[in-house]
Design a protein around this ligand. Sequence first.
Ligand code: XMP
Length: 489
Amino acid sequence: MNIRAHKGLTFDDVLLVPKRSPIASRRDVDTSAAVTNTIRLATPILSANMDTVTEWEMAVAMARAGGMGVLHRFMSVEQQVRQVNKVKRAQGLMVDNPYTVAENASIAEADRLMEQHDVGGLIVVNGDKKLVGLITRRDILLAPDDVLTVAQAMTRADHIVSVGPSVTSAEARALLYQHRLEKLPVVDRDGKVVGLITSRDVVRVEERSQASVDGKGRLRVGAAIGVGSGEMARAEALLEAGADLLVLDIAHGHAEHCIDMVKSLRRAFADAQIVAGNVATADGARELAEAGADAIKVGIGPGSICTTRIVTGFGVPQLTAIMDSASGLAAAGIDIPIIADGGIKTSGDLVKALAAGAHIVMIGSLFAGCEEAPGSPVIRDGQKVKVVRGMASLGAAMGRRAAERDGQGIDESAEDQEDWDKVVPEGVEAVVPYRGHVAEIVYQLVGGLRSGLSYGGAHSIEELQRNAEFIEITAAGVRESGSHDVRRL
Ligand code: XMP
């Protein structure tokens, strides 16, 4: 038995000491951070992989706000893949079903279609849907009287620049500029038309510069997986569908079966971005990193709906858990991001988590009341509320069993049951106030972060971490920190 030399601290135990600041405006700071060393987010926030927090609607809203949603895993592989697809289709560089016209149609018909769809040009296809040309309003306007069909008036395919489906926004921009084009048809290997990229799409993708997008301009999304027997297949299907981040989500991540799973994932999917957790110690963080994780998720029991610490007696107060995990990685010379998961109640907590060494935070309950979270609001005592539940709560476990009975094919293998889904609950069900759109909450959190960076004399999160000086406070300090001795309106 031993007792740690240092105290375990959490967000409310400390404040950050203000620093001399070169920041004149909150606009002069950069709130971006790496979620892995290859994915950077403008907004350092993930929505939690909980079934009352993140399904595709939340993931779309989070990515548009510059963060990322992590789809929960308590659904079948097919359902989770469908959710990834919905996020990926919500916005992209390429129009999926572009308007086409047959090569043997009349130019009058092409003109009518352009009018109907309010577009300046159409892709011309043959009977096999293969690209044969492009026709624009100008081609029709300038056509001599003896030009009657689309085939006669169009620019033929051999004079057109087309691209494959994997083209990136930068490549498309370069081609559009180089050839002074308006439109780039996208064709598959057989020459069949699968999409269209216009110069407007490229600019729109770039304009939404804060949105989290992949190389194809599609919104980014993460997806949770477990350690059960079917989970390698789940991982493969999710990656195939375009998931940007796999989040191996185990209640006690510093466990041999979790370390082994990270190794297997790393071996099978060399380029996949893998987040592993949860841990709360230097050794836990280091071992998952050494197994091949690209980021470490930290938090044992800080969550608002968590009762792990009460039920098991285990846990580390979250601020200390973040600091210990960060110093564990630093001591081993490992430079990968830390994601602080759970317990964020305010933007002040977010700033403290980042200053303590996290790069990104994951938020559950604070987002569960949002419009985009699964489930509808209900009225409780005259107030509009939504339900949030711990993934190890009794209700969540019962819900999973019911889904299993309904044939939704959730993997309930022995290892999986040893995860969140315990017979002895380690989480609760609760209601939270309805909070409207998540973008508004993210805006408030990021606003607080911007102010926090200026108090910390920091242009960036990395600089905040370097400058950070925490001061431990007393109960009187905690009382003084909130509004006090006034009656709130
Ligand atoms: P917040 O405080 O943002 O925390 O709601 C969200 C995180 O809590 C974790 N989580 C649980 N932890 N029992 C636990 O001990 C549970 O039933 C449970 N459900 C979720 C999870 O890490 C989530 O991201």
